[in-house]
Write a protein that binds this ligand. Structure first.
Ligand code: FSX
Ligand code: SF4
Ligand code: F3S
Length: 383
């Protein structure tokens, strides 16, 4: 019943979006075919994306339709203080994934990395895009934003307009605003202590709702999924207390980790390069912050779904959490008794990870929870 109502709502919304003028030549299917991908690949992708968005298989046709209509909603993408890793992760790939091809297919009206215009012409393009698509465009902002009396640390274009001012102007007429990457969501590395440029999150610069899509960088699925989600629903998705869409950030890395069985069995890498590392043991003792980090990396992975940090043999460094540069380091040591304040607040993440363990950490100063204690007990016994 609820499903039918939702499907009906989505169908109405997609019909409305379909009436908007088409802004690209050809179709997404043609684009995919030109890149050696078939309709069958596309439907397989739509199935996976539907599941990622937390929808049942009854929604697959709607999700594929939303992808086909991705050229109807103009996107303006601004760069602030950042490394451009977010854009790069999506765009620079030898074998483009369907996600990155869909991103290509989206009507990117303004994106400084990939457009040919520069200087006055670029400024003019931005002004025109904002004017022409007033109230209709999706705004994506990448990078931290120097604020307050430090605004001038970031000026963009020949007028010397500050980054913060660019954001304020572009946000004013946007239909939806996404902070792409941890820098734009929470300030990022620029905001790490002592934050010399007073870099801030986009949500601190504007008084409008901002959907945070953190990660340094976020996966291509999490970026494209947000566009599709907006096409499907036309409203804000359900968000957690850090304004991250729950469909992507509701679970901890630790909950979805392929090494979780090793954690539960007390099998830990003690040093990089040891036998445990070769055998895929848990990386907690060499600094993994998966128990404190909310993201879907193990499911979506990076570089066209190739791999993700833990699969590659390094612990999660907590890159989708606020202030992770300051609070999660040193990256190759456990947090031990320095507890990280998660979305659950206070001891939340640790409490669910292992309450007893925290007691052990605090009292004995040992690096990990009861699992670790049991693990080393077993090991010693074995030895
Ligand atoms: Fe870089 Fe985007 Fe990190 Fe920041 O990412 S990948 S520094 S989140 O703003 O380019
Ligand atoms: Fe995976 Fe890290 Fe949790 Fe170990 S601590 S199970 S490596 S997320
Ligand atoms: Fe970042 Fe951890 Fe994923 S470091 S990329 S949130 S595994």
């Amino acid at each position: 019943m609820v499903k039918d109502k939702l499907l009906e709502k989505i169908t109405l919304r997609l019909n409305e979006v379909e009436k908007l003028p088409k802004m690209k030549e050809g179709s997404i299917i043609q684009t995919l075919e030109e890149n050696g991908l078939s309709r069958r690949d596309f439907m397989k992708w739509a199935g996976a994306m539907t599941a990622t968005l937390g929808l049942s298989s009854a929604f697959i046709p709607a999700v594929s339709k939303a992808a086909e209509l991705a050229d109807r909603l103009p996107v303006i993408w601004l760069h602030m203080a950042e490394c451009t890793g977010c854009s790069e992760s999506l765009l620079r790939t030898a074998t483009p994934s369907i996600d990155s091809l869909i991103f290509d297919y989206i009507s990117l009206e303004y994106h400084e990395t990939i457009m040919s215009a520069s200087g006055w012409q670029a400024e003019e393009n931005l002004e025109q895009a904002i004017e022409k698509y007033k109230g209709q465009y999706i705004l994506m902002v990448e990078g931290g934003i120097p604020a307050g009396t430090s605004e001038y640390f970031l000026t963009v274009g020949p007028h010397g307009t500050t980054g913060a001012e660019h954001c304020r102007i572009a946000c004013k007429n946007a239909a939806a605003i996404f902070a792409i990457g941890t820098c734009s969501s929470f300030g990022g590395i620029q905001a790490a202590y002592p934050n010399p440029t007073n870099s801030q999150a986009l949500s601190k610069i504007v008084n409008q709702p901002v959907i945070n899509v953190p990660g340094c960088p976020p996966s291509e699925k999490n970026i494209v999924g947000n566009v599709l989600n907006y096409i499907l629903f036309g409203t804000l998705p359900a968000l957690d207390s850090y304004n991250r869409p729950k469909w992507a950030y509701r679970l901890r890395i630790h909950d979805l980790c392929e090494r979780r069985g090793r954690f539960d069995a007390g099998e830990f890498v003690q040093h990089f390069g040891d036998q445990g590392a070769k055998d895929g043991y848990c990386l907690y003792k060499v600094g993994c912050k998966g128990p404190y980090t909310f993201n879907n990396c193990s499911q979506e992975r990076f570089n066209s779904h190739t791999s993700w940090p833990i699969q590659a043999g390094h612990g999660c460094i907590g890159c989708s959490e606020p202030d992770f540069w300051d609070t999660m380091g040193p990256f190759e040591e456990p947090l031990a008794d320095r507890l990280y304040k998660s979305v659950f607040g206070g001891l939340g993440a640790d409490a669910t990870a292992d309450k007893i363990g925290i007691g052990v950490l605090a009292v004995a100063g040992v690096a990990i929870a009861a699992h670790a204690a049991v693990g080393s007990f077993k090991k010693n016994k074995g030895e």
